[in-house]
Design a binder for this molecule. Structure first.
Ligand SMILES: C[S@@+](CC[C@H](N)C(=O)[O-])C[C@H]1O[C@@H](n2cnc3c(N)ncnc32)[C@H](O)[C@@H]1O
Length: 257
């Protein structure tokens, strides 16, 4: 039963995360409507847009379908925006709406961005980092610091359960929202842990905005989110090694054969 269950979960996960499956869902207009409304709700509750400069080059890192980029650019003709995501791309409906805007979407890894140092005025990372292990979170944040100009703004939007009970509620709601199987790992940090980490990677945290009850209501209980509004100082921490080196073999260490 256990092995069958694991195999079924793995198959469901693989199917759900196929770009073609996602593209099919996006062709249904109601998904687009839900994601537009969600993006507007995130802006209203987190204050994301008001923390970003009114003009300049902005980066949406881990943009998903790009609905947050669209909401951030609404009625702001001076904002230019690049959306980067490892898996998703803007669906046709959103791409058509954005055609007249200064908006580009690329697929890429947030830990290795194809941009020069200091070329963005501001960036945001929305509900992305808890989907990757802690070391990868740090690499993505360091990479964002590299591509931001000194004094550039980063807004980090994260799920931030502070207790075990909050973590369980957040996990259940997030899995439901993202249509994830129970095996999908999530790597949450508490508000205090983010507050301690960000300065080590070249950021000053200017403000924290707690918010909850985002649309759509994936759970009837509260889910804890936070916006960390940061500025870059200096060049940030350089985290260059993508993976820790393998331990030396016994023979290389001159140990027993
Ligand atoms: C929960 S979605 C959030 C999408 C969007 N930011 C939003 O709030 O609607 C997380 C996104 O992070 C992307 N992602 C995960 N790891 C990434 C990486 N290393 N580089 C770029 N994008 C990544 C995933 O493909 C996914 O689209």
């Amino acid at each position: 039963m256990g092995a069958d269950h694991d195999r079924r979960d793995a198959a469901v996960e693989t199917a759900l995360y196929q770009p073609t499956f996602f593209a099919t869902m996006m062709r249904w207009g109601w998904m687009d409507t839900v994601l537009r409304q969600r993006a507007r709700d995130i802006l209203r509750r987190s204050g994301l847009s008001r923390h970003l400069p009114a003009e300049g080059l902005l980066l949406d890192l881990g943009a998903g379908t790009g609905h947050l980029s669209e909401a951030v650019m609404r009625r702001m003709p001076g904002r230019r925006c690049v959306a980067v995501d490892g898996a998703y791309a803007p669906p046709a409906r959103l791409a058509a709406r954005m055609r007249r805007r200064d908006f580009q979407a690329l697929s890429g890894d947030g830990a290795r961005l194809p941009f020069a140092d200091g070329c963005f005025d501001a960036a945001w990372i929305g509900f992305v980092l808890h989907h990757m292990p802690e070391a990868s979170q740090e690499r993505v944040l360091a990479e964002a610091a590299r591509v931001l100009r000194p004094g550039g703004v980063l807004v980090l939007l994260e799920d931030t359960p502070a207790t075990e009970r909050e973590r369980r509620t957040t996990l259940a709601a997030d899995r439901r929202l993202n249509i994830e199987p129970a095996s999908a790992p999530h790597h949450y940090r508490s508000p205090a842990a983010w507050r301690a980490l960000l300065p080590t990677l070249g950021y000053v945290v200017d403000e924290e905005v707690p918010f909850t009850r985002l649309f759509p209501p994936a759970t009837l209980r509260r889910v804890w989110h936070r916006a960390f509004v940061c500025r870059t100082v200096g060049r940030g921490a350089i985290i260059s090694s993508p993976d820790p080196p393998p331990p030396p073999s016994p023979s290389a260490m001159g140990g027993e054969k």
